[in-house]
Design a protein around this ligand. Structure first.
Ligand SMILES: N[C@@H](CCC(=O)N[C@@H](CS)C(=O)NCC(=O)O)C(=O)O
Length: 216
């Protein structure tokens, strides 16, 4: 039974799921959702996800959304014993902490800063930028003396964080000035399975969307 993923290529949360599926060797049946034409607001889609967001995963009739909930579900169901989501409680807690840091702090602050500029034509807000920089400083600190975000090996935390951090390439935020982040970013690009296919291509689409929106 194929696992369906409703997605948009440029979306960072969707790229997180694509990265995790590749790393866990889960085949996804990709279903494009046309947000511009409101496909996500149609009754068929609302039945799957009343919150009308992408990504949404449907596995044998079970529908789940929120990218980080999706990737932990995939690891629990298809990645038993995988180091991507370790079972040892402290190691797992560390991965979860980084995932919640990403959704609640890092990506949240980036969205608050950047998306009003891209989608609302708002001017850059220095206070919001300072909050993004504070979050990046924290990530840089988490990575001090550590190869990956939650320890010595690649985990779901890296796959979520890399989708967020790479999205900043489309903005004026220079995250490579943080040495640990720079080193980690290069390492994840090299080591995450099928990185280019799962994140690189969609990132390119995101950059083009940003360029077009900023021109308007
Ligand atoms: N926290 C959610 C964010 C999902 C999200 O906001 N997706 C956007 C696209 S990047 C979306 O679906 N927007 C349409 C809508 O909210 O109606 C996740 O990580 O899955």
């Amino acid at each position: 039974m194929p696992v369906d993923l409703y997605y948009v290529p440029g979306s960072a949360p969707c790229r997180t799921v694509l990265l995790a599926a590749k790393a866990l060797n889960v085949d996804l049946n990709l279903k494009l959702v046309d947000l511009h034409h409101g496909e996500h607001l149609k009754p068929e889609y609302l039945k799957l996800n009343p919150q009308h967001t992408v990504p949404t995963l449907v596995d044998d009739g079970f529908s789940i959304w929120e990218s980080r909930a999706i990737i932990t579900y995939l690891a629990n169901k298809y990645g038993k014993g995988s180091s991507l989501y370790p079972e040892e409680p402290k190691a797992r807690a560390m991965v979860d902490q980084r995932l919640y840091f990403d959704i609640g702090t890092l990506y949240q602050r980036f969205s608050d800063y950047f998306y009003p500029q891209v989608f609302g034509g708002a001017p850059a807000d220095k206070e919001k930028l300072a909050k993004v920089e504070d979050a990046l400083k924290l990530l840089d600190l988490f990575l001090e003396g550590q190869k990956f975000a939650a320890g010595p090996s690649l985990t779901l935390a890296d796959l979520s964080l890399v989708a967020s951090v790479s999205s900043m390439e489309a903005s004026d935020i220079n995250f490579t000035k943080y040495n640990n982040i720079k080193r980690w970013y290069e390492t994840v690009q090299r080591t995450a399975p099928s990185y280019e296919e799962a994140n690189g291509k969609g990132l390119q689409a995101f950059k083009e969307l940003v360029k077009n929106m900023m021109k308007k």
